[in-house]
Write a protein that binds this ligand. Structure first.
Ligand SMILES: Cc1cc2nc3c(=O)[nH]c(=O)nc-3n(C[C@H](O)[C@H](O)[C@H](O)COP(=O)(O)O)c2cc1C
Length: 356
């Protein structure tokens, strides 16, 4: 099957043109999804109609948030922002990939791009978490909050930028940037500790000491915030337990996981993403990683129980069908979010609601 119709993101266009022209399709002409009855699920203090939502990525402006809410997505995440203007990587920024089950035992997986977007989809992306200046994204986020109706919740997300003058400045960047997000009225904020497109091989979440210091400083500065941290896949379960033990006291939730770092090559075996050499590595999402998301959610739930911790688990990775959603819930996810599957199927939220 290869009838991919762009909705939230058109891979044939640049990121700038997506912002200018999106969202796509004729959804604005269709009646908005109507929820019935009362919202039954608690999402960090807000009652929502279903525990399924859209993960950080395809909603960079209020108009995209509106489109998602109208299609029945009641938990929506505004695309991750930074404390300052940050450019997007050169286009293209996504490729569909040949399917291969992600093997976490390998030091590095390699994926080959293909020509068509097929279902179920495995995707590579390399945007680099671009960001506008805070005054621009603050306006969009405030507008997005105004769009929320009964049973709907907005999550906002932040990523720090590595500073040339060291760790303290990096931590300060988080405190400052999260503060700018808080000025929009947001009290639930996801901190991304796991972006694979930053051009360094060691993800922040694997550095438990720095991750803990960041989350602790942010929480001490703004005690009224509920923080979610977004992780990558932890292969070493002892390492994951250590992370949960150290960071657990400061957070309300863990989102697992981000796209997984891999080498992306074209059919000739050459680097698929052009530009800086660091782009040889990009993030893989969708079908290839879904077994690992189930595994990670199960282990997080296990650690939570053994450590008597009370954070919520947001399962993100490879959800493209109603069954994928239920598998993650059974594994222990309090909430489930999708991105690759949502980009493919605008009706996924409605299909999941019908199955609840
Ligand atoms: C096109 C694209 C853009 C993304 N942008 C972000 C982002 O801005 N911030 C973030 O934390 N994760 C981002 N992600 C990662 C997703 O939020 C999600 O964690 C990952 O894709 C795994 O879920 P999936 O398999 O359902 O796609 C992005 C992923 C894709 C495919």
């Amino acid at each position: 099957m290869s009838d991919f119709t762009p909705w939230l993101y058109d891979p044939k266009l640049s990121f700038a043109d997506n912002l200018r022209l999106g969202p796509f399709g004729d959804f604005d002409k269709k009646p908005a999804y109507k929820n019935n009855g009362e919202p039954q699920y608690d999402f960090f203090g807000t009652k929502v109609y279903s525990p399924f939502g859209i993960a950080a990525g395809p909603l960079p402006q209020a108009k995209f948030v509106k489109s998602a809410l109208d299609r029945g997505y009641d938990i929506v995440t505004f695309k991750t922002v930074r404390s300052h203007l940050y450019p997007v990587h050169p286009e293209p920024n996504t490729f569909p990939l040949e399917y291969k089950k992600f093997d976490p035992k390998k030091p590095s997986e390699t994926y080959t791009v293909k020509g068509t977007y097929d279902f179920p989809l495995t995707l590579a992306n390399s945007f680099g978490i671009p960001s506008f200046e805070p005054d621009i994204w603050q306006k969009e986020i405030k507008e997005s909050f105004k769009l929320l109706g009964k049973g709907q919740a907005l999550l906002v997300a932040f990523q720090g930028t590595l500073q040339p003058d060291g760790r303290e400045k990096f931590i300060e960047d988080h405190v400052y940037g999260v503060g700018k997000l808080r000025e929009t009225g947001a009290r639930l904020i996801e901190i991304n500790l796991s972006c694979p497109n930053e051009g360094h091989s060691n993800l922040l979440c694997f550095d438990i000491e720095t991750s803990t210091e960041i989350v602790k400083q942010v929480k001490l500065t703004y005690p009224d915030l509920n923080l979610i941290v977004k992780l990558s896949y932890f292969y070493d379960d002892g390492h994951l337990r250590e992370f949960v033990e150290a960071v657990g006291p400061y957070i309300a939730g863990i989102a697992a996981f981000n796209t997984l770092q891999s080498q992306i090559i074209d059919k000739k075996g050459e680097r698929a993403f052009n530009g800086p050499a660091t782009r040889a590595i990009a993030g893989v999402s969708g079908e290839a990683v879904k077994h690992l998301c189930i595994d990670m959610v199960q282990r997080l739930a296990d650690h939570r129980q053994k450590l008597n911790a009370d954070f919520k688990i947001v399962g993100v990775g490879g959800v493209q069908t109603v069954e994928d959603f239920h598998n993650l819930r059974r594994a222990g996810a309090d909430y489930v979010m999708g991105l690759t599957g949502v980009m493919w199927n605008p009706n996924l939220a409605a299909e999941i609601k019908a199955s609840l």
